[in-house]
Design a protein around this ligand. Structure first.
Ligand SMILES: Cc1cc2nc3c(=O)[nH]c(=O)nc-3n(C[C@H](O)[C@H](O)[C@H](O)COP(=O)(O)OP(=O)(O)OC[C@H]3O[C@@H](n4cnc5c(N)ncnc54)[C@H](O)[C@@H]3O)c2cc1C
Length: 434
């Protein structure tokens, strides 16, 4: 988006992409369906971010709104629909179409895209940014010059092999304007390996500690492993530290071979990761969120009165996936075959306690690598939120997930990346062209 906007305004733009294609994260977004953005008033979209993050992205989100994000794609033929919960998706459920349109938009405005071109550093001098270093191409032989083959010898930017002692090595591309849009460090196979953080630091920026967000959570307890793939619908997953609630999220939860995933786990993961650094965190799940302890007890008593000869398990069948029934009975210390007329008051209370807060055990690891985004990144108070200019290094512009911004699931993160990218491109082009 940054490259597009800068080129649209007339700047000569080279997009350096480490992997073999652009938009890899978009391809895997929304389970391959791409939740493009979130519908509704921008203020409502902003409310879903932490207050300091919302303040930071507000000007950019007004400059390039969710409606503009949608129009940018639908103008080129993408058909989209909005789910009841406000999430916007392509009708044909394919992220490929989104990436295809973004790529063709880049082509339309003449962005030169170089794939398989890892950046390895950004140089600065006393005036600010003075160049980008890319990994050296395979040594050209007289009969095989890969740069010439790729048409890069006539690039709008002057390139020269580093002749100044090679602080960072590689090939130096001289330029006074760099937009850093390298994303975060989750899903490293998609190309995002946190490369931007050390560069930002070397250019004078502070990087706020990077932590998991929108990530699955690994548990130390292994007894859940056999239930991998089993989902609890509409439950509340809660995290606690020293008995105090850290966060909760209501939606579905999925058992995995390492712990828990699904919207609830993703929803609490950022706070879990933060608390985890200060000590042990435990998880528990309320499988009957609309009922109180008292109403569940009353319900159990009525059921027991009506069906004294039935096994307690039959009651749980209505509340839990059948594969989990035995496990919950075990947690409440009730034998599998126990009938209601044999259920003691203590065990009944234990069972209700399990339904309202089934202990899943200790968190082993909020899984940063597997998160949809990372929290943390380049500190927001060192970037001008109106322009995305670095306040530390002239000629540097910052946008997207590399910044210390992380929204919830729902199209918020792409919107934040699109909006900040658009503004970064606009400012960089304006500064370049005067
Ligand atoms: C599984 C998954 C599902 C998601 N689903 C959604 C969703 O449905 N909706 C939503 O809003 N958000 C979703 N997100 C989050 C969203 O994709 C990101 O927040 C967003 O893509 C960030 O955009 P960005 O441009 O800042 O970074 P990225 O999209 O990560 O792009 C950064 C690019 O920089 C390249 N790069 C990195 N290092 C270098 C280097 N050294 N040299 C050259 N190039 C480099 C990378 O290869 C990458 O192409 C999802 C994320 C994941 C992982």
């Amino acid at each position: 988006m940054a490259a597009y906007r800068a080129a649209e305004l007339g700047a000569s733009v080279v997009l350096l992409e480490k992997t073999e294609r652009v938009g890899t994260k978009i391809l895997i977004s929304g389970g391959g369906k791409c939740n493009i953005t979130h519908a509704g008033p921008i203020e409502d979209v902003l409310k879903e971010f932490r207050p300091n993050e919302a303040r930071f992205i507000r000007p950019a989100c007004y400059r390039w709104t969710n409606e503009q994000a949608v129009a940018f794609l639908t103008d080129r033929g993408l058909r989209v629909y909005t789910r009841d919960n406000g999430r916007v998706f392509p009708v044909d459920q394919t992220a490929k179409d989104v990436v295809h349109i973004l790529q063709s938009r880049l082509d339309e405005v003449g962005v030169e895209t170089r794939l398989n071109t890892p950046v390895i550093g950004i140089d600065r001098d006393e005036h600010g940014v003075c160049g980008i270093r890319i990994a050296p191409p395979p040594t050209p032989s007289p009969r095989h010059d890969s740069f010439a083959e790729r048409g890069l010898r006539n690039s709008p930017l002057h390139e020269s092999l580093d002749s100044r002692g090679g602080v960072g090595g590689g090939v130096l591309i001289e330029t006074r304007r760099v937009i850093l849009a390298v994303g975060g460090s989750s899903y490293p196979k998609s190309g995002t390996t946190g490369d931007g953080y050390p560069w930002a630091t070397s250019l004078g920026h502070t990087v706020v500690k990077v932590r998991a967000a929108l990530a699955p959570i690994a548990l130390t307890e292994t007894k859940w492993r056999p239930y991998s793939g089993v989902a609890l619908r509409d439950c509340i997953l809660k995290a606690r530290q020293n008995g105090k609630e850290v966060n909760r999220w209501r939606d579905d939860m999925l058992f995995t071979h390492f712990g828990v995933s699904g919207p609830t786990a993703l929803g609490i993961s950022r706070e879990v990761a933060e608390a985890f650094e200060n000590g042990p965190v435990t998880l528990e799940v309320d499988v009957s969120p609309d009922r109180t302890f008292e109403s569940l007890t009353a319900d159990l008593l009525t059921y027991a009165e009506k069906h004294p000869k039935r096994r307690v398990a039959t009651y749980l069948d209505g509340l839990l996936p059948s594969r989990l029934v035995e496990e919950m009975l075990a947690s409440a210390e009730i034998e599998t075959e126990t009938e209601f007329n044999k259920l003691s008051r203590t065990c009944r209370n234990k069972l209700v306690e399990c339904l309202k807060g089934w202990k899943l055990g200790l968190v082993k690891d909020p899984m940063l690598d597997k998160g949809e985004v990372v929290a943390g990144g380049i500190a927001l108070d060192e970037v001008d939120s109106q322009t995305m200019r670095s306040l530390k290094c002239p000629g540097l512009y910052l946008c997207g997930e590399a910044l210390d911004v992380a929204g919830p699931v729902g199209g918020y993160n792409l919107q934040a990346a699109f909006s900040t990218g658009y503004v970064a491109g606009e400012t960089a082009a304006g500064d370049l062209l005067g």
